[in-house]
Each structure stands twice: as C-alpha cells, then as structure tokens.
Design a protein around this ligand. Structure first.
Ligand SMILES: C[S@@+](CC[C@H](N)C(=O)[O-])C[C@H]1O[C@@H](n2cnc3c(N)ncnc32)[C@H](O)[C@@H]1O
Length: 229
C-alpha cells in the first residue's frame, strides 16, 4: 500500500507489538523490541539459530519504555494510537501515560485507545453463571469458573520475563471509566467509537480487532480557554 502520509504528520503507535504499519512511528518497550531495533544483526542471527523465536520487531521500530519520560516534544504529535496497551499499566501508570500523551499531542491532535472491555468480560461470565444457576441443582456444573480462571490465572498472572515479555494486565477499563478518565485529564470530544470509524484516515492499517475503542482530541487553544472560563 503506498504511504500517502504527509511527511510533516507524526503518528505514533504506542506498544505496537506485531502491528507495524508504514507511515507510523511504531514504538515498543519489550526486551525483544530493544534487541531487534538496536542490535538487528544479532537478533537475526539468534533467530536463525532458533535461540530466539521469530519476531515481527525489526530495526524500523523505536524502542521506548512508555513509563519513562516521553521522547517527543510538547505539541509535536498529530496522532497517537494505543492498541491493547493501557491494560498493561496500573491505574496510576495509565494516568501518567495519558497525561504525557496529552502533553505531546498537537492541539486538535487525536488519541485513540483500544482496550479489552471489562464490562463485556464480566457480562460473559454472568451469562454463563445465570444459565447454570437457572438449572436444577443436580444439573449444575462449574463450567462458568473458566472466566474466573482466565482472569486470575492468565490475564492477571505475571508470566516469565520472556513469555509476553513479562507483561500482564494490571487494570481493566469499561467505557464509563475510560471516558471519564480522559475527560478528567482534559481531553476533548471523548467518545466510544465503532471499529474502524475514526478521524484517523488510515485507521484500517493499525486497528486489527474490535473491542472497547475510545477516541478523543487535545483541545485547541480556544477550546481550552473556553473550558477554563
Ligand atoms: C498486547 S501487546 C499489543 C500489541 C498491538 N498494539 C495490538 O494492538 O495487538 C502490548 C504491547 O505493549 C508493549 N508494552 C507493554 N508495556 C510497555 C511499556 N512500558 N513501554 C512500551 N511498550 C510496552 C509490549 O511489549 C507489547 O508489545
């Protein structure tokens, strides 16, 4: 696909993982992202010898731990996309990342976040629980416990350093909590959005799945003044 992004547009893909669309600054903070971006030859050699598994990371990506100071200047970024990364931060860390994102976005710049939907997860649990509970006692089973198992033993479990790069979920959002948080931090036009429906023109190259998706903008100077008045 030809890259039609104007060269003065900065679009950053935070916690890119395997999604590395052209025209975006694809940023990741994992050990493997560091090796593949800083020492690509060694990474390729270790992969060829099967010491490391194959990876999509390469030397085009930018290694950066998003819990440290952001490397972008204030008011310099047009678009920030965060796909399945906010849930890897504690509530406090997530707030800090969103504050830093607001700082580096240009006025009217766009932030789009996709996270697992906490409400949908527990709604799925409740649907199975309700169906089992409605049965006579002698026909009940404990199949609905798979949701509790998934939550405590998979989603919130710290894997080995090299499984998922040591990342696990530390917080969960629903539309109410995420929208309120973004508004509290000063974002504008905060709305839950359908899959692929966005102000971002090439959204289809970066958004692989539907889930809880929220989009917002940084207020322009006029909007910020109106809000403060
Ligand atoms: C579940 S993957 C998401 C990949 C992709 N964005 C997607 O939508 O499928 C989360 C990514 O966030 C990265 N990540 C987690 N914590 C990070 C941090 N503090 N700084 C930078 N990247 C981080 C991980 O290395 C991982 O690649």
């Amino acid at each position: 696909m030809p890259d039609t992004t104007p060269s003065n547009t900065t679009k950053i893909n935070l916690g890119c993982g395997h999604i590395l669309p052209p025209g975006w600054v694809n940023v990741d903070g994992s050990y493997r992202a560091w090796l593949a971006s800083r020492l690509p030859r060694i990474d390729r050699a270790l992969t060829a010898c099967r010491i490391l598994p194959k990876t999509e990371f390469n030397d085009t990506i930018m290694w950066c731990n998003l819990l440290k100071k952001f490397p972008w200047a204030d008011n310099s970024v047009d678009v920030i996309y965060m796909g399945e990364i906010m849930e890897h931060f504690t509530q406090e860390q997530g707030r800090q990342v969103l504050e830093n994102s607001l700082r580096v976005l240009k006025p009217d710049g766009v932030l789009r976040i996709r996270v697992p939907d906490n409400a949908r997860f527990w709604r799925n649990y409740l649907a199975e629980y309700d169906a089992i509970r409605a049965k006579p006692r002698d026909q009940q089973n404990r199949n609905h416990e798979r949701w509790t198992h998934m939550f405590f033993r998979e989603i919130c479990t710290n894997p080995s350093k090299f499984g998922s790069a040591g990342y696990y979920h530390k917080w969960m959002y629903d539309d109410v909590s995420l929208i309120m948080l973004l508004e509290e931090l000063g974002y504008h036009n905060v709305e839950r959005m359908p899959f692929h429906d966005s102000r971002i023109d090439d959204i289809t190259v970066i958004e692989e799945r539907d889930d809880l998706i929220v989009e917002c903008t940084k207020p322009t100077v006029q909007q910020a003044m109106r809000l403060a008045a």
